[in-house]
Design a protein around this ligand. Structure first.
Ligand code: MG
Length: 246
């Protein structure tokens, strides 16, 4: 079985956040028999929007490795067992921290460092910072496990957040704040589940520093754009993937 983890921002979707750009690639991967797993800093409801458009039915990883969601009955019960809690039609493994705890720490230091993030921004400001259209900006505010820092006036907040046990990572556009998890940790747990079915070949595509831990846990990694990772083959755009992945 071939499992491919795909980042969203600036990998499958461009600056207009439209699902159109990524659709042919996702469809081609599905047609070729890949298990396509979105692994992004986006929230569950944002990813549900793309999943619906692209016809994805399998597991996905939200908010920078903070939770793995598997649609109920996707895996046979002898694989998954009874240890994963069920919520809203999914089996969920929560690896991160609850959102209110993360926002609480940010609220405490926000005045000192001039931080702007979802939890202290209006919908209008969020749309300006991110360029998200209104419908997707609303979905982005439905946060369960992480925050995204759009703007800061002073450095040093990262160390403050680390002291509180939070992880700070750089994505395509902004800075993510999560509990002690990352995209790679979540992907590894999911890969171990897939491997209970049989041999697994794993792939990942991303563009940002927060994809590096993901690259570390897969067999083959692909970097869209200019960053360097020792294991990742560089491609200019997601469309190039199909040419090099066979
Ligand atoms: Mg990205």
């Amino acid at each position: 079985m071939r499992v491919i983890f795909l980042d969203l921002d600036r990998t499958l979707i461009g600056d207009d956040y439209s699902p159109q750009q990524g659709e042919p690639v996702v469809r081609s991967l599905l047609d070729a028999g890949f298990e396509v797993v979105l692994n992004s800093s986006k929230t569950r409801t944002e990813q549900e929007y793309y999943r619906k458009t692209w016809g994805l039915k399998g597991p996905f990883i939200v908010e920078n490795g903070s939770a793995i969601l598997i649609p109920e009955d996707y895996f046979p019960s002898e694989i998954i067992g009874h240890k994963w809690p069920r919520k809203e039609g999914y089996l969920i493994a929560e690896l991160g921290k609850p959102y209110p705890e993360i926002k609480g720490h940010l609220d405490t230091i926000a005045p000192t460092y001039g931080l702007k993030y979802y939890g202290n921004s209006t919908l209008r400001e969020i749309m300006e910072f991110t360029g998200l259209p209104e419908n997707l900006a609303k979905l982005a505010t439905e946060r369960e496990y992480s925050e995204t820092i759009f703007r800061w006036e002073r450095e040093g907040f990262e160390m403050e957040l680390n002291k509180k046990g939070l992880k700070v990572s750089r994505g395509s556009r902004f800075i993510g704040v999560t509990g002690d998890t990352d995209k790679g940790r979540a992907a590894k747990i999911l890969l171990d589940l897939y491997s209970l079915h049989g041999p697994v070949e794993s792939y990942a595509v991303g563009d940002g520093e927060n994809d590096f831990p993901l690259f570390d846990v897969v067999d083959k990694a692909f970097m869209v754009g200019n960053l360097f990772h020792p294991k990742a083959m560089r491609i200019n755009s997601i469309e190039e993937l199909l040419g090099v992945i066979s």
